[in-house]
Design a protein around this ligand. Structure first.
Ligand code: PGA
Length: 246
């Protein structure tokens, strides 16, 4: 049983329509019965659902985040793009940046650095994703990669109070695989040590589910979870939260 303050962040990726939001009733009533100072639930739906979800959650303690944003702080002639202030305007409090699915689409550390700076300046909190690929892990390069991603994506940023790190090994995302607990513990320790500041929050993400949560929660240094697939099923999402505390 843990008493730690934990984050449970739902990353819906490119899933969900207005109809999907009806399924959140269960999560809303579950969260209304929780002690508010114990945990934080954040939903990051596709951009199209941020506003309707924000309205739906107005009376609950659940917060809303976005999944990415453009690096420009100013409005600009950029067809199809959305910047951080626009996300804030419709109710987002957080934005996920540096997710490996976007890195695979060409987002590099320098661009992520610009996005993080803009998001912070616009008043959003940042869920900053880092993690090694399978190839890098097999070459024992995990620490080197994490170090590089942190140094370059957070270059020039001195205040980390609005940044939550999500350690997500790329090979664990959507695969059903998670790291050996021993390795995960070491990697989380490595990340926290880099910040010296013990209050930095480090979450784990990558195939978190209702079964492996019993093991994952044993790592007392983890401050919460970024959950993809199983966050789209309200029952499973609630189950993960319950099992973390029981
Ligand atoms: P997953 O996704 O839980 O489906 O592995 C996690 C993520 O990509 O944030």
């Amino acid at each position: 049983m843990t008493n730690k303050y934990m984050y449970f962040i739902a990353n819906w990726k490119m899933f969900g329509t207005l109809k999907t939001l009806n399924s959140l009733k269960k999560v809303i009533s579950f969260s209304n019965n929780l002690k508010k100072n114990k945990l934080r639930i954040i939903y990051c739906p596709p951009t199209t659902l941020i506003r309707p979800l924000f309205k739906k959650l107005k009376k609950s303690s659940i917060e809303v985040g976005a999944q990415n944003c453009h690096e420009s702080k100013k409005f600009a002639s950029l067809t199809g793009q959305i910047n951080a202030s626009m996300l804030k305007d419709v109710g987002a409090k957080y934005v996920i940046l540096g997710h490996s699915e976007n890195r695979q689409n060409g987002e590099h550390n320098e661009l992520i650095n610009q996005k993080i700076k803009t998001a912070l300046k616009s008043g959003l909190k940042v869920i900053f994703c880092i993690g090694e690929t399978l190839k890098e892990k097999n070459k024992n390069q995990t620490y080197r990669i994490l170090n590089h991603q942190i140094n370059n994506c957070l270059k020039g940023i001195k205040n980390f109070s609005k940044i939550i790190i999500a350690y997500e090994p790329v090979w664990a995302i959507g695969t059903g695989k998670i790291p050996k607990l021993e390795d995960l513990k070491k990697n989380i320790f490595f990340v926290k040590k880099k910040f010296k500041n013990k209050s930095i929050k480090v979450l784990y993400g990558g195939s978190v589910n209702t079964k492996n949560i019993k093991d994952l929660k044993k790592i007392s240094t983890i401050n919460g979870f970024l959950i993809g697939g199983d966050s789209r099923d309200p029952k499973k999402f609630i189950d993960i939260i319950k099992k973390t505390y029981n």
